[in-house]
Design a protein around this ligand. Sequence first.
Ligand SMILES: [Zn+2]
Length: 54
Amino acid sequence: MAKYICDVCGWIYDEAEGYPEGNIAPGTTWEAVPADFVCPLCFVGKDQFSLVEE
Ligand SMILES: [Zn+2]
């Protein structure tokens, strides 16, 4: 599973963990995250996130 980082504040979305506080179940791929998802810290949209290269 991949991780995506917010380009603005550095918050990381981990597909393996999801974001339960936002009703996104663990294992939800970034593509499956709703288009209206916003960063929990700085409220930018999905287009401001980048794939974390590991
Ligand atoms: Zn952010």
